[in-house]
Design a protein around this ligand. Structure first.
Ligand code: GDP
Ligand code: IMO
Ligand code: MG
Length: 468
């Protein structure tokens, strides 16, 4: 049986915490897409672990697998493994031979293109994710298996590096250094290959996982990022370059869709929205200079700004690396209905309800109003029975940007001893918060499995455990 964990919104919904919670009964935890653009937080014995590549289950001694759908930077991987070893853990990490390798020129090109793109820039993490997936699709990538095969590695580099060098120098007019030097790359990545071989880390992911399933072990599939930054189902082009949606779990591991489909697919939802980066956000509160399109602080509503600051501070919504304030907004139900359909959620984990505690009123964007003059371009989003409102996200980001959210207001709930609530169970959650949670569950026609009431592992109300 598999349990797949998927971000329902824009990433950072608290997936790591849920993997940690439900992963207790899992034997193997596998990532199926993305790379070190992820940052998954696990709080264990009062210690916080921020993992970018090592699957979250590794903190608890599970076997962690990086599936073929991942893009792997071996340098980050070994740094992270070494750092965990220094903290007394012994992570058992396997890497799919079919996974693609992030090379230094991918990182360099990620930065160069972001600079060049200006308004179209996604505000990437700069880890080389996009350029690596480009090369995968362009059939000029280097795979983990190639690092163990000196001849194949050399052949691949000799073909691709001169192209990348020409791109950087001649198209973008940049100087290049050892990140674009075949001999340097060959020597460095051969060493990574030797370490992967010495530590017996490489696997044929699909076979490895299927054998575990056949032996009655339980496998958890850990998504990174979220549905609205999925390359196919997200707000293109402000997206990542992989498929965080549940379909990615089958393609990115080599397990069949029927295998993944027989298991559970749990959607992780943050009780409000937050994101770093540009692009529209119909339920945004206030704005952040340099990120919110056409933002003018002089014209912003003081009440909204105050609310945004409150949620940002309570939720610690500042970039982990840069400390940049994140944009925040109310829950966006059309975004969630879209996610529920695209992923086929069997259960929901709704996190961060503690962050909203203490507000008089909590709102959600229930639907979108649209300009009738624009209706032709909105005809492909689901509408309300009277045809006047959109209930799901329209397919283009420009159409989404023209949507205005219609809000529904809920009475707020008080701040309580959340650890005690987690211990007592669902009925101990303040009534108004339960009304809010049940609205979301009803709209998505999906049961609630867990409610996050704080960052710690014990600060989660468990309603349902997936494989029981
Ligand atoms: P992920 O990328 O989806 O795994 O999420 P991140 O780890 O990047 O971000 C989630 C942040 O919120 C982390 O700092 C978590 O410790 C924290 N967190 C998770 N669930 C909750 C919750 O229910 N309440 C609060 N206050 N914090 C939470
Ligand atoms: P986790 O797994 C939130 C965002 C970046 C950028 C866009 C593309 O922790 O939820 P990329 O470097 O992937 O090419 O950047 O996607 N992004 C994330 N936002 N959480 C993440 O991961 C993210 N990974 C990428 O900010 O807008
Ligand atoms: Mg994160």
């Amino acid at each position: 049986m598999t349990v797949t964990i998927v971000g329902a919104q824009l990433g950072d919904e608290g997936k790591g915490g849920v993997v940690d919670l439900y992963g207790d009964t899992a034997d193997v935890v596998a990532r199926y897409q993305g790379g070190d653009n992820a940052g998954h937080t696990v709080v264990h014995d009062g210690e916080e672990y921020k993992l970018s590549l090592v699957p979250s289950g590794a903190v608890r001694g599970k076997v962690g697998v990086l599936g073929n759908g991942c893009v792997v930077n071996p340098e980050t991987l070994f740094e992270e493994i070494d750092a965990l070893r220094e903290r007394g853990l012994d992570p058992d990490v396997r890497v799919a031979e079919r996974a693609h390798v992030i090379l230094p020129y991918h990182r360099a090109l990620d930065g160069i293109e972001e600079e060049e793109k200006d308004d179209l820039a996604a505000g990437t993490t700069g880890r080389g994710i996009g350029p690596t997936y480009e090369d995968k699709a362009g059939r000029r990538g280097v795979r983990i298996g190639d690092l163990l095969d000196p001849e194949a590695l050399r052949d691949r580099l000799e073909y691709v590096v001169p192209q990348k060098k020409a791109l950087a120098e001649e198209v973008f007019g940049k100087e290049t250094g050892e990140a674009f030097d075949i001999d340097h790359l060959y020597d460095t990545y051969r060493e990574f290959g030797e370490r992967l071989a010495e530590e017996d880390m490489t696997v044929d992911c699909g076979t490895f996982l299927q054998e575990r399933i056949d032996a009655d072990e339980s496998v958890m599939l850990e998504g990174a990022q979220g549905t609205s930054i999925d390359i196919d189902h997200g707000i293109y082009p402000y997206v990542t370059s992989s498929n965080p949606t549940a379909g990615g779990a089958t393609v990115g591991t080599g397990l069949g869709p029927t295998v993944v489909g027989q298991g559970e697919v749990i959607g992780i939802i943050k009780a409000y929205l937050s994101r770093v980066g540009t692009g529209p956000l119909p339920t945004e509160l206030g704005g952040v200079e340099g990120q919110t399109p056409d933002y003018d602080p002089a014209e912003a509503s003081a009440d909204e700004e105050e609310l945004a600051t409150y949620i940002r501070d309570e939720g610690g919504e500042y970039g982990t690396v840069t400390g940049r304030p994140r944009r925040v907004g109310w829950l966006d139900m059309p975004m969630l209905r879209h996610a529920a359909r695209a992923n086929g959620f069997t259960g929901l984990a709704i996190n961060h309800i503690d962050v909203l505690a203490g507000l008089d009123e909590v709102k959600v964007g229930h639907s979108y109003e649209f300009d009738t003059a624009d209706s032709a371009s909105h005809q492909n989003a689901a509408r309300s029975d009277d045809g006047d409102e959109l209930l799901t996200m329209p397919p283009t980001t420009e159409q989404w940007g023209r949507c205005e959210a219609t809000f529904k207001a809920f009475d707020g709930w008080e701040d309580v001893d959340w650890a005690a609530v987690a211990e007592e169970g669902y009925d101990a959650i303040p009534e108004n918060a339960r009304t809010y949670l049940e609205y979301v569950s009803d709209e998505l026609e999906t049961p609630i499995y867990a409610v996050g009431v704080g960052p710690g592992r014990e600060e989660t109300v468990i309603v349902e455990t997936p494989d029981e």
